[in-house]
Design a protein around this ligand. Structure first.
Ligand code: F0G
Length: 367
């Protein structure tokens, strides 16, 4: 199911894939589901789902003789590309929006040796500049428009089905940014169905942040026939994308699998992220849109309480610790006391104490 590389010496791998499936019992209870599972793609070597696509795309770039690879990114693609380029002896150029990429992801690109440019624009602006760069220079574009990236990202769905003994879950729920991942997962499911590896298709649903919801708007306003680019804004910076490259493919996946789209607010994202954390798993903000979206799909009756649902967690919790600390300290949001009250149960601010046993015992008693 993957493109075959002519020269196996070109393979660049960091032992990506084979990521775990976790049960989320507390999240299931909160959502009203009998059971709930997550496949954690943040457990890949650079901490996000990008690695399974990058091993394929970087290997083909090396086989084709490229000395430079490049991407525009909200952070995870750049971290992954920089690592695979370094392992494969290629140079890498990263274009990221200034001030909108978490320190964890930026620090990865630097350590893996990428030439890292912070452009004074958003992700969509970085993409525009990069498209011109690759036309003028012999640089291999490793954004998810690179077909090898999407082929590699199919493996998440193939593994998932294998982990469930080829019994397809009723629903797979995935975050939507540039819409490469949902496209890849959908393509994999359709191919597995065609090959007879599975007998029914999971419904693939895509969740976006309210402030970065071009696909949700397109589907609701015109049935997904036309997408109007927008200026995107969300604290889930990984999915702060207003002009997604793979939107047509994503619409085809929604249609072919009978999935749906939904959008979630910043508060809903933050709460869901802490709830996934409280199950001992954790993820980055963009991944948490899946649980926040599932809550809505259950309320709407689109997902039934006894159905088998798998959330795709796309990034590791430690990608964006700033967000997590601000959330627990109560510094993430201002205003709307009523709305913020829903967060209190999940907030655990660090407690600063004198170094004495009585102070600690008192905290324990109160807890
Ligand atoms: N979740 C995380 C953690 C991401 O980093 C991304 C995308 C997505 C979800 C959305 O996936 O774009 O395939 O729809 N990150 C890209 C990047 C854009 O540059 O790292 P998508």
């Amino acid at each position: 199911m993957l493109p075959s590389l002519g020269d196996l010496n070109s393979v660049i791998t960091l032992s990506e894939g084979n990521t775990p499936i976790y049960e989320l019992p507390k999240c299931a209870r909160i959502t009203g589901m009998e059971q709930l599972y997550a496949k954690h793609q943040g457990m890949n070597p650079t901490g996000s789902f990008k690695d399974t696509g990058m091993t394929v795309a970087a290997s083909f770039a090396r086989q084709e003789g490229f000395r430079w690879v490049a991407c525009a990114s909200t952070g995870n693609t750049s971290a992954s590309m920089a690592a695979y380029a370094a392992r494969g002896g290629m140079r890498s150029l990263v274009l990221i929006p200034e001030g909108q990429v978490s320190w964890g992801k930026l620090s990865q690109a630097l350590d893996y040796g990428a030439v890292t440019c912070q452009l004074k624009t958003d992700f969509d602006g970085c993409m525009r500049v990069l498209n011109e760069v690759v036309q003028r220079m012999p640089v291999c574009l490793l954004n998810s428009v690179n077909p090898y990236r999407l082929e590699g990202q199919k493996t998440a769905a193939i593994e998932l089905l294998e982990q469930f003994n080829w019994l397809a879950p009723e629903h797979i729920i995935v975050p939507g940014g540039n819409l490469g991942n949902s496209s890849a997962l959908g393509k994999a499911c359709l191919e597995m169905k065609e090959l007879g590896l599975i007998s029914r298709l999971p419904q693939i649903s895509i969740i976006q942040a309210e402030g970065a919801n071009p696909l949700v708007r397109a589907v609701r306003e015109n049935g997904g026939k036309k997408l109007s680019p927008m200026r995107a804004d969300t604290m889930a910076t990984a999915i702060r994308i207003g002009n997604p490259a793979s939107w047509k493919k994503a619409v085809r996946v929604l249609e072919a699998t009978g999935g749906t789209v939904e959008q979630v607010s910043e508060i809903e994202i933050a709460l869901a992220k802490a709830e996934i954390g409280a199950d001992g798993i954790g993820c980055e903000p963009a991944s948490a849109v899946t649980l926040a979206g599932l809550k809505k799909l259950v309320k709407q009756g689109f997902v039934k309480r006894n159905q088998h649902v798998v959330l795709i967690l796309t990034g590791h919790m430690l990608k964006d610790p700033d967000f997590t600390i601000k959330f627990h300290r109560g510094d993430l949001f201002q205003g709307e006391e009523d709305e913020l009250a829903t967060l209190k149960n999940q907030q655990r601010a660090p407690i600063v104490l004198d170094a004495n046993i009585d102070a600690v015992l008192k905290v324990l008693e109160q807890a």
